[in-house]
Ligand binder design. Structure first.
Ligand SMILES: Cc1cc2nc3c(=O)[nH]c(=O)nc-3n(C[C@H](O)[C@H](O)[C@H](O)COP(=O)(O)OP(=O)(O)OC[C@H]3O[C@@H](n4cnc5c(N)ncnc54)[C@H](O)[C@@H]3O)c2cc1C
Length: 306
């Protein structure tokens, strides 16, 4: 049985696994994709937001993360899509399962991040869902582009489409835009339509107006693995300040899948590190208590109360 299984190799899960490994714990990282890096793999843009690290795209940040795990010999398994998490029948530890097998661990960290909201759309040659590669793969030069949504990503993608030579770019948002002022300034006000709208993917129209490309930028939602009934806070896994899931000993969550505010890679790294330290501290306490409890069973209740 592993000390910990970490599910998800984005910045939060990779940082957590790296720290657990370097703290001397027996950890295994399971990542569904073919590489670690999470959402950074979708970003061909320069990441200007990691203090002290300059001039790297998101995809380069992801590649560095992969290199770091490999050079530090952190055990990890790629292409492992976790479909089930359950408490072992004995009550001691957890079982994490997927098509490729079952792993048992004293602690499990859910670091499965988030995914772009689809809003009923399906990705295609003319419809991109979410920012980054999902949009950049679609040729927009000379095309009429509609962007749906009013946040930073919607305005960012509108600006990128303009720069890539789109014939026209119109933004449709149901509520007044909430993008940062710097981005708002870069799109002409007459190209931003605020209020209810009807978008139809099969007809490629918004409010009856024809478009060649539609970009769906409806934000992100937590990506929560099946198999567990968890308390959710605004759609995210609720954790305490140690990253622990209340009422489920040995279960933790880190990064954008949680109810903590995670705007970026740096905060996801930090949360993964905090959870690693919480697990190490809890394990040290457990190692101290267990032999004493074996001799004197009433001691656990006393230790827990203390
Ligand atoms: C286009 C784009 C540009 C961005 N630019 C920046 C930027 O410039 N600066 C910045 O700081 N941040 C940026 N971000 C945000 C940043 O990427 C995220 O904040 C960060 O990746 C969140 O990390 P995370 O580990 O919580 O989740 P994620 O990155 O979402 O990682 C979650 C991982 O879990 C895996 N997973 C999910 N479900 C399962 C399962 N059931 N089994 C196994 N594995 C699973 C996923 O495959 C994924 O690898 C950008 C995001 C995007 C999309």
């Amino acid at each position: 049985m592993n000390d910990a299984v970490v599910i998800g190799g984005g910045p939060a899960g990779a940082a957590c696994a790296l720290w657990l490994h370097q703290l001397g714990m027996d950890v295994l990282l399971l990542e569904a994709g073919s590489a670690v890096g999470g959402l950074q793999l979708n970003s061909p843009y320069t990441n200007r937001w990691i203090p002290g690290l300059q001039g790297r795209t998101g995809q380069q940040v992801a590649a560095q993360l992969q290199d770091h795990l490999e050079s530090a010999n952190v055990p990890h398994s790629l292409g492992f899509w976790v479909t089930g998490i359950r408490q072992r029948p004995s009550g001691l530890g957890w079982e994490v399962s997927g098509r490729s097998g079952v792993h048992r661990a004293r602690n499990v960290v859910i670091a499965t991040g988030s995914k772009p909201r689809r809003g009923g759309f399906v990705p295609s040659d003319t419809v991109g869902i979410g920012p980054g590669v999902a949009m950049e793969r679609i040729a927009v030069a000379g095309k009429r582009v509609a962007i749906l949504g009013g946040g930073d990503n919607a305005f960012d993608q509108a600006v990128f489409a303009q720069r890539r030579g789109a014939a026209s770019v119109e933004i449709f948002c149901r509520r007044p835009p909430r993008a940062q002022a710097l981005l708002l300034k870069q799109v002409a006000p007459e190209c931003v339509h605020v209020g209810p709208f009807e978008a139809d993917q099969s007809a490629m129209t918004v409010d009856g107006q024809a478009f060649d490309v539609i970009g769906v930028q409806y934000g992100f939602e937590a990506s929560i693995p099946a198999g567990l009934r968890l308390a959710l806070d605004d759609g995210c896994i609720e954790v305490d300040r140690h990253g622990a899931v209340p009422g489920l000993p040995g279960l933790y969550a880190a990064g954008e899948v949680t109810n903590f505010l995670h705007p970026c890679v740096t905060t996801a790294y930090a949360h993964g590190v905090q959870v690693a330290k919480s697990i190490q501290n809890a394990s040290a306490l457990e190692r101290w208590i267990q032999p004493r409890v074996d001799r004197q069973p009433g001691l656990r209740a006393l230790a827990v109360a203390a």
